[in-house]
Design a protein around this ligand. Structure first.
Ligand SMILES: *Cc1c(COP(=O)(O)O)cnc(C)c1O
Length: 401
């Protein structure tokens, strides 16, 4: 068997070095657990950064993947396949939006959304209706368009010039929003809850103001639900939690249970701005990915997983709040459902590394935030295990009585 040293050494020699991986090679997974080369078991609070919402090796996903792979994996968008339309119908029904386009990733869903907003903007307001409004501290992806909307210098630095015409405002700053959005704005782009940015929610009031400003100036309100959407907040779409309807929503991470797939869904007014030949993709919306995504959505319903996310998410929140009450290094709990963060006043990465040794996978973001994006199958007993390890690692930092 290949050893960890061999695997990591080969990567060091042959991969373009863009990742700082944790020192473990995973061989397989089952449910909420992953197993390394030696068979050591890890409880997974990361779920492939929010992708593996059904955990690992879900029997129905394995079965449908096998079946479809034996029929046809890929077709190109030159031909019809049964599943792309079915998936679009399902997502439109669940969102109240009218049309879908399928991509391979989140960042491409954002790119497509911006392209749609630009086309619609030109139709509505002429050549000058091109400006974009986004939020400081946001994360939208790594391609040039999505990077241009990402309000964090560390992701942008060195790659300029990016898309001009992006105005960044503070999350929840209604006054700045009103000042930034005008007749030349074509889109407001935001995550209803920041994921990578540290688990920070937009207020309902702010989102309502975004909706009003978008209506006033005929602007596309685009929600990036790539991380928070498709169940993680306890509702299929995050906008349903906040009660504010976007014109376009971008989704990706969990949609096809680990097979790359993204999508954006749009209101007819915006969807109709694009015509044949103006956008496309080779891989996006293939029969395997779309059929697996349909199975994902069916499993969410049939296994009552949204109910589990709400219940166990509330339990996780309660237990993390207790941690903030007893451990000096733990400051604040943010988020809800299965997108939560624990803000520390110490660097989070060493905690993640020590937890790995204890057989628990956590993730950190923004240096001091522990981020929890567990599979929707997580139970209270798993929360107990994770929190036990967390307390042990924070132990030396116990609050004075
Ligand atoms: C992950 C993520 C993206 C980018 O998706 P990729 O599939 O990595 O391209 C964009 N927006 C948000 C909110 C994300 O969490």
């Amino acid at each position: 068997m290949t050893s960890f040293e061999e695997i990591s050494e080969r990567e060091r020699r042959f991969l373009i070095q863009t990742y700082d991986r944790y020192p473990v090679a995973i061989e397989r997974g089952k449910g909420v657990f992953l197993y390394d080369l030696e068979g050591k078991r890890y409880l997974d609070f990361v779920a492939g950064l929010g992708v593996n919402a059904l955990g690992h090796a879900h029997p129905r996903i394995v079965k449908v993947t096998r079946e479809q792979a034996a029929r046809v994996i890929h077709l190109s968008n030159l031909y019809y396949n049964e599943y792309q339309g079915r998936l679009a119908e399902k997502l439109c029904g669940q969102s109240g939006l009218q049309r879908a386009f399928f991509s391979n990733s989140g960042t491409e869903a954002i790119e497509g959304s911006i392209k749609l907003a630009r086309l619609a903007g030109h139709k509505i307001g002429g050549e000058s209706k091109t400006e974009l409004v986004a939020l400081q501290g946001s994360y939208h992806g790594r391609t040039f368009g999505s990077m241009s909307l990402t309000g964090q210098d560390k992701y942008r630095k060195g790659f300029e010039p990016l898309l001009g015409e992006v105005t960044f405002i503070q999350r929840n700053d209604v006054v700045a929003l009103r000042a930034a959005v005008g007749d030349n704005t074509c889109a407001i782009v935001l995550e209803p809850i920041f994921g990578e940015g540290g688990i920070l929610e937009c207020s309902v009031e702010f989102l309502q103001e975004c909706r009003a400003a978008a209506d006033r100036h005929r602007v596309a309100l685009i929600f990036d639900e790539i991380q928070c959407g498709l169940g993680r907040m306890g509702t299929i779409f995050a906008f349903q939690t906040f009660g504010v309807m976007p014109d376009i929503v971008a989704i990706a991470k969990p949609i096809a249970a680990g097979i790359p797939l993204g999508a954006f869904l749009a209101r007819e007014e915006f969807a109709s701005a694009i015509s044949v030949g103006q956008h496309g993709t080779t891989f996006g919306g293939g029969p395997l990915a779309c059929r697996v995504a349909l199975e994902y959505l069916a499993i969410l319903e049939e296994e009552n997983l949204l109910e589990n996310v709400a219940r166990v998410g509330a339990y996780l929140q309660q237990e993390l709040k207790r941690v903030t009450e007893t451990y000096a290094a733990a400051k604040e709990v943010r988020g809800r459902g299965f997108i939560q963060g624990l803000v520390l006043d110490i660097p989070a990465r060493p905690i993640v590394e020590q937890a790995l040794a204890e057989g628990v996978l956590f993730n950190s973001t923004q240096d001091t935030v522990l981020r929890f994006l567990p599979p929707f199958l997580l139970q209270e007993k798993h929360v107990d295990r994770g929190v036990r390890v967390l307390k042990k690692l924070l132990g030396k930092k116990r609050r004075a009585a």
